[in-house]
Design a protein around this ligand. Sequence first.
Ligand SMILES: [Zn+2]
Length: 381
Amino acid sequence: MKTIGGGVEIKRLNRIRTMQYILDAKMVSRQDIAAALGFSMPTVLQNVADLIECGLICEAGEYGSTGGRKAKALSIRGGVRCAIGVEVTAHHLHMVLSDLNQKVLDIASYRFPYQNTQEYYVKLGELVQEFVKKNKLGIENSYTLIGVGFSLPGILDQDQGMLLQSHALGVFNINLGQFSYNIPYNTCFDNDANNAAYAEITDKQQNTIYLSLNDTVGGATYINGRIYQGDHYKSAEFGHMVIVPNGEKCYCGKRGCLDAYCSARVLKKNGEGTLEPFFDGLNKGVSENERIWDVYLEHLALAVSNLRMAYDCDIILGGNIGGNMEGHMYIFEEKLRKYNNFDYDTSYIHLGKYKRECSAIGAARLMQDRYIEKIETFSVN
Ligand SMILES: [Zn+2]
């Protein structure tokens, strides 16, 4: 077993930055690392040698020659580390196992209604442990589980370790430790929209607004390489921006919130079930569905235009609606231009790439990043 440690803090941080850069870029050369991070070549060579010897990265081929020696391509070594993401919702539990390359190795969903009881938290731990056992981690494969990231629907105070408020779960001031009470691994927590954004944002250098369009509307603000939480952990509550004064009633108690116009429930029969019947009808040209969709896109265009005005950055439309928007972008972009005289080009709009378990995937990714940020030594058995 090789262990790296004992160096001065700056050396450790340089190694972590090198690891994070390779993790984000997927495939890089030593020269890329030196240029991107501003490290000297001897520093890069040492960091890369250490990370290779520890088994966390590997040489994965060569770049084409530009005259001199061919540069070796470096990437994260597969089959070494993995993390679990757990998304808790009012009625379900979704779990995802992914490796450091963001490859999803397994997915499981259970109907598991949330209750703030000891019984629920004990069973939650049992389900996670069954998922670990089912995947035979470290037994029939070489993976080591680095931890479990949780995604919760609500406002979290990370410093105090509290779920301050969750409309979806119907609770206030819950200690986050309850969720990990029966889980013998490292854990981390974030809210569902932040985690979904974390899964969808591939370019960490790009400022991005993530708009989550599910049965509730939420979002995340990703600025300067981080999720902006706000002074009171309430940033990016885009669903409760009022877009129609005295409009439709929102579940939060106000009227005219974006959520009342652009949640997926608006498109579902009686607000329940899946979106399939609506989009099937829309694609078959059912006039009522076309009318509802037109109104939906009008409100969405208004909100997206306002977000673009406020933040001047890329915007990802995510959640179940984002997953169904392909093929409808022309009409949406036309509506968007009507509200926005500053940007004729709408290439700042992107659609989410994960059609399901997006928050759980993001929670696993957050756990992986926390592992790399906090690690004192890198080692591989
Ligand atoms: Zn509201």
